[in-house]
Design a protein around this ligand. Structure first.
Ligand code: ATP
Ligand code: MG
Length: 567
């Protein structure tokens, strides 16, 4: 893959730089990352964090707030709140003392609503939700004004006070902005500002029975914190006039500027929290931290590093147009990062027994293996060699195709860090005809690193000593969906039809080299010739090793074979 470099200064950073230069907000820069605690963070949120925290870090004196956008108590809870902080920290960002909650502002927001009512720019509407929807009009037809729109200011104030006091049942009234029912922008047709909802809030308990909407709470929360640049995704572009209306109407002390950018979409997955929640609740995945999900928890458990995710986000940059980024690009960044930092080990995923007939029974040699050829500083380790080893089943063919430089009857290969062996026979299962054992001889003169080791053969295989290997479970992951754009229909549930039935393959009895005994949960390795793997942090224990495949190495043989088959 050719990876073009990132753009130098994206359009948002250009605006921020111009504003600083012009001395807007006294040259101050403050951004915020405003998750709603109604789910776990995904890699789309990582893009937003890299942008918001990134801009603050790059600007002298710049600040970035972590703000919970917690105005909808029906879907929000503490579990999500805590996971979000853990994920932000894991990704490498620090909000310091700047942790805020929209719910902290409920009292101030209420006061702002009163300001609007007193200016007769908001009114209490007793229409039903259905009536409000029907009277909203369409893109081509203007809306119809509510019969309650011209209530007196005093009456509005009285009703709003009583809404707060809990005198009315849920849904009896809403507070609406009085803007323009004929506006071509539907968001400006008297949007709802407050709803009655007798739902306890995870922070304010039952102190409130009215809750502000996003369109009301968000601009004012930005303003209360002194945010200068309010960065959000493109679907809010049509809300920008409303954002500005709210700040002007309430005479907010700080008028932040809303700038929209394209949300991150990744191929072969879905990103909306609603769909992710459905996948979890319906059991299509094992939980929010399922390594197949694009959640930060899932990616972490899969073995992704925060650096790889940040590099990926920096690389894709921000743009004004929606698009889909290839999953392969994300994989490129984790390979690049792990290539540098992951120690190499040998692990055989689908073991085939190889008996080396002329190697002394009971003998064990400790051979020297390099931990990372990319980084000599990572040193070497010993791997034991003995008469019986396991190799990968796919590394042996009874009838080898052309250019198969691995093991086959009569053929020679090198066992990595060890000797050259030659296949002299095989043992088959009498019933199935399957090859269950390969018989070989070794050439003692060819030990790696020794002076006679110069003899060359075309294939080098990874292996483990049968006597010393430890058993492990390995989980191989494939894309969760078989279609590049499963979530295309934004609201529908049709994406379920494209779930990949083979997204998880469990190999219960892999054989790994003994240096992996007791490997710490979360530690990452390259299994030579296979890919990058990470010790599962949930299911691994002292006596049971479980590895997740983070990403495969590019499989060159698969390519050769495909070309040979002409497709
Ligand atoms: P979803 O649609 O996945 O539920 P959301 O936008 O409702 O996401 P929030 O918790 O409100 O989720 O998002 C917090 C911040 O992260 C917002 O500023 C939002 O714009 C941004 N964000 C969410 N999803 C993406 C994405 N895919 N790409 C970039 N930014 C995103
Ligand atoms: Mg949202």
């Amino acid at each position: 893959m050719t990876i073009p470099g990132p753009p130098s200064l994206d359009f948002i950073r250009t605006i921020v730089a111009q504003d600083v230069k012009a001395g807007k907000h006294g040259g101050r820069v403050m951004t915020r990352f405003p998750p709603e605690p109604n789910g776990y963070l995904h890699i789309g949120h990582a893009k937003s964090m890299c942008l918001n925290f990134g801009i603050a870090q790059e600007t002298p004196g710049g600040l970035c707030n972590l703000r919970y956008d917690d105005t909808n108590p029906t879907k929000e809870n503490v579990e999500y709140v805590e996971s979000i902080q853990a994920d932000v920290r894991w990704l490498g960002f620090d909000w310091g003392q700047r942790l805020f909650h929209a719910s902290d502002y409920f009292e101030q927001l209420y006061e702002y609503a009163v300001v609007l009512i007193k200016k007769w720019r908001a009114y209490v509407d007793g229409s039903t939700a259905e009536e409000i929807r029907q009277n909203r009009g369409t893109l081509v037809a203007p809306g119809t004004e509510s019969p309650h729109r011209n209530r007196s200011m005093e009456e509005n104030l009285d009703l709003f006070t009583r809404m707060r006091a809990g005198e009315f049942p849920d849904g009896a009234y809403v507070l609406r902005a009085k803007i323009d029912m004929a506006s071509p922008n539907l968001n400006m047709r008297d949007p709802t500002l407050y709803r009655i909802r007798r739902v306890p809030h995870y922070r304010t308990g039952d102190r409130w029975c009215i809750y502000p909407t996003y369109d009301f709470a968000h601009p004012l929360s930005d303003s209360l914190e002194g945010v200068t640049h309010s960065l959000c995704t493109l679907e809010f572009e049509d809300h920008r006039p409303l954002y500005d209306w709210m700040l002007d109407g309430c005479e907010a002390r700080c008028h932040s500027r809303q700038i929209e950018f394209a949300r991150l979409n990744l191929s072969y997955t879905v990103m909306s929290k609603r769909k992710l929640l459905e996948l979890v609740e319906e059991g299509h995945v094992t939980g929010w931290d399922d390594p197949r999900l694009p959640t930060l928890m899932g990616l972490r458990r899969r073995g992704y590093t925060p650096e790889a995710i940040r590099n990926f986000c920096d690389h894709i940059g921000v743009a004004k147009r929606d698009g889909v980024v290839e999953m392969a690009l994300l994989e490129h960044f984790i390979r690049e990062d792990l290539n540098r930092r992951a120690p190499r080990v040998m692990a055989v995923l689908r073991p085939l027994r190889v008996v080396i007939e002329n190697y002394p029974e009971g003998q064990v040699e400790d051979l020297e293996a390099v931990n990372n050829p990319e980084d000599p500083g990572m040193g070497t380790r010993k791997v034991p060699f003995s008469r019986v080893v396991y190799i990968e089943r796919e590394d042996f063919r009874e009838i080898p195709p052309k250019k198969f430089f691995r093991l086959a009857p009569g053929q020679e290969v090198r066992l990595r860090y060890a000797y050259i062996i030659q296949c002299v026979g095989l043992v088959k299962d009498e019933q199935t005809g399957e090859v269950v054992e390969v018989r070989c001889t070794y050439d003692p003169e060819t030990r790696s690193g020794s002076s006679q080791a110069s003899r060359k053969v075309k294939g080098t295989l990874h292996w483990v000593s049968a006597a010393k290997a430890i058993e492990a479970e390995v989980r191989l992951y494939d894309y969760l969906f078989i279609k590049p754009n499963p979530g295309e229909d934004k609201e529908g549930g049709g994406y379920r039809a494209f779930l990949n039935p083979r997204s998880l393959e469990i190999l219960p009895s892999c054989q790994v080299e003994p240096s992996l005994a007791g490997a710490a949960p979360g530690s990452r390795y390259q299994f030579e010739r296979q890919g990058y793997f990470c010790v599962d942090s949930v299911d691994s224990s002292g006596s049971r090793l479980v590895f997740n495949r983070t990403v495969a190495l590019r499989d060159t043989w698969a390519k050769v074979e495909k070309t040979q088959q002409g497709g």
